[in-house]
Design a protein around this ligand. Structure first.
Ligand code: PEP
Ligand code: MG
Length: 581
């Protein structure tokens, strides 16, 4: 029977193949150890085997940001805490290494799982992955795949297993029941360019081994049991998408519209090492460096020197401007009782600029690092989740104090332009006053949509409500752009609106001339700009601002640019931007 599942897109592109279902593995039974010394020996060999496998897997990814994911797991493998907990159980309880491992993993996971913060629950998942990996070695199980045409279906893949399986070149697509677009599995899927949908709830129990299925990473959906015609179409679409994307990458050049309007395209990156890929895709600098990933990867605040090195690395790689967004750490990434504090309602809580100002030393260290990195590079600083003018004034005082500290230390530093993200309705409504406090503005549409429409951006059940073409969002985008022009401040869009097939032409029509987008999307955004006439889009935007519903806005955009853009959407594999399937 044909069944449709929805999730989040982790890697665009489509694939069709036979399901290889990886379930959580046989349960471990509590069995007594026959020979305690022999159990210790089995454990030592299994841990060593798992570590060696991970080290080899890491070599496959040298230089890629996904290498960091494996570094974290290698550290966990090497951590004495787990080994000691297992050995103690073998000795004290006289149980098999398998059972001791299972019990030790559960014990370590339990306080993390109790946290209401997703970041710490994800770390519990990491411990589970490490445990499963060692267990596989204890049992002498190997991961093998049939030749060709495989689509992996699983709850979540451990990084070690992901590298081992994806690097065979034998995996056409990947579907996981859990995870988000920024989970470790998603990062690895992108590293191997395997079309992937994550968060497809219920998929594992709904699919049988060898069942045919389609993974549509572009439209974030999975079709189990497709018709033969559907499967043939998708296979052809996947091949076309890859060929088209490479042709656009090799084409290079600027983003200039049919009527000669030039648009600046920069890249959104999570880690400085992604900067070189951004350049290969044609980015003119980095418009959003999500610096909190430096913190999250190390699970502790990076030192001033480490941050200086990271920002310089990014700037050297792009040879252009780098916009460092200060840590957008939030309640959802911190557990209750964590020293940085926790909020009952994380999205509305102690997050981003509120958190870094509350813990002033975090902000000071980062600002000093940004100032120092700006000594020989064009670095700008961008503050997330600004909701009042006073907040901006306070942070600017801190910036001035950091300059004074560096002068006292006789440390060289450079000028940094200061920017505010407009991603909270209060900031959007007061954008004139805010723009007068800063040098530039960046619209974070992901959060602006979340807060304006009251839609949790991490809940796939609500994704259809987070419509970027809602008249309320249009009206805010319009007033932000007008305010920026009135105050003479440049404004860019760095949220997902800039990659949306219909919202991008509208944003051009509203007058936006700078976008920051993920490197993988950049060539498609550039191609869209090359196919449209901005003058015509401006007239369309004026009319769109008079409409009452998102459906009316979409119909208008489709009627205006559909002819020019339809083949681009088709080549990208976007089924129907007006009524997404
Ligand atoms: C946004 O909110 O649109 C944005 C770019 O920031 P992030 O997605 O990191 O919250
Ligand atoms: Mg945001």
């Amino acid at each position: 029977m044909r069944t449709l599942f929805r999730g989040f897109s982790a890697c665009a592109g489509t694939a069709v193949g036979s399901a290889v279902v990886i379930s959580r593995g046989r349960a471990v039974r509590k069995t007594p150890a026959g020979d305690i010394a022999a159990e210790h020996q089995r454990l030592a060999e299994a841990m060593e085997g798992a570590r060696a496998e991970l080290t080899n897997a890491r070599a496959e990814l040298a230089g890629h940001d996904a290498e960091l994911v494996l570094n974290v797991h290698l550290m966990m493998h090497g951590d004495d805490l787990l080994a000691r907990a297992i050995k103690r159980r073998i000795d004290d309880e006289g149980v098999s290494a398998d059972w001791a491992l299972r019990a030790a993993v559960d014990e370590l996971k339990s306080p993390l799982l109790a946290s209401s913060a997703s970041y710490f629950r994800e770390r519990a998942e990491d411990i589970e992955h490490v445990g499963q990996h060692i267990l596989r070695h204890l049992r002498g199980e190997t991961l093998t795949l049939p030749n060709g045409g495989n689509v992996l279906v699983t709850h979540e893949l451990s990084p070690a297993d992901a590298v081992q399986l994806l690097s065979t070149g034998n995996v056409e697509g990947l579907v996981t029941a859990t995870g988000s677009a920024r989970s470790h599995t998603a990062i690895l899927a992108r590293a191997f360019d395997v079309p992937t949908v994550v968060g497809a709830r219920g998929i594992v129990s709904a699919v049988r081994d060898a069942e045919r299925l389609i993974v549509d990473g572009t439209n974030a959906r999975v079709i189990v049991g497709p018709t033969a015609r559907e499967a043939d179409e998708v296979a052809a679409r996947g091949a076309r998408y890859r060929a088209y994307r490479s042709s656009l990458v090799s084409e290079g050049g600027d983003a200039v519209s049919v009527d000669g309007v030039e648009v600046t395209l920069r890249a959104n990156v999570e880690l400085p090492r992604e900067a070189s890929r951004a350049v290969r895709c044609g980015a003119r600098g980095i418009g959003l460096l999500r610096s909190e990933f430096l913190y999250l990867d190390a699970d502790e605040p990076p030192s001033e020197d480490a941050q200086v090195a990271a920002y310089r690395e990014a700037a050297r790689a792009v040879g252009d401007v780098v916009v460092v967004r200060t840590f957008d750490l939030g309640g959802d990434k911190l557990p209750s009782g964590h020293r940085l504090g926790h909020s009952r309602n994380p999205a509305l809580g102690l997050r981003a600029i509120r958190l870094t100002m509350w813990r002033g030393s975090l902000m000071r260290t980062q600002l000093r690092a940004v100032l120092r990195a700006a000594h020989q590079h064009e670095i700008r600083v961008l503050f997330p989740l600004v909701s009042t003018v006073s907040e901006l004034r306070a942070v600017k005082v801190l910036l001035e104090e950091c300059r004074a500290e560096l002068r006292d230390r006789e440390e060289p530093f450079g000028d940094v332009a200061v920017g505010a993200m407009i991603e909270v309705p209060s900031a959007a409504l007061q954008v004139c006053a805010i723009s007068e406090e800063v040098d530039f503005l960046a619209v974070g549409t992901n959060d602006l949509i979340q807060y304006t429409l009251a839609v949790d951006r991490s809940d796939p059940r609500l994704a259809h409500l987070a419509d970027p073409l809602s008249p309320a969002i249009l009206s805010l985008l319009h007033s932000i752009r007008v305010a920026a022009e009135t105050s003479g401040r440049p404004v860019s869009i760095c949220g997902d609106v800039a990659t949306h097939p219909l919202a991008l032409p509208l944003a051009l029509g509203l007058g936006y001339r700078e976008f920051s987008v993920p490197p993988s999307a950049l060539v498609f955004v550039r191609e869209c700009i090359r196919r449209v006439e901005v003058k015509q889009l401006a007239e369309m935007a004026t009319e769109a601002l008079t409409l009452r519903t998102a459906a009316e806005v979409k119909a208008l955009i489709d009627a205006t640019v559909g002819d020019a853009l339809r083949t681009l959407w088709t080549e990208q594999g976007i089924a129907d931007p007006v009524s997404p399937i």
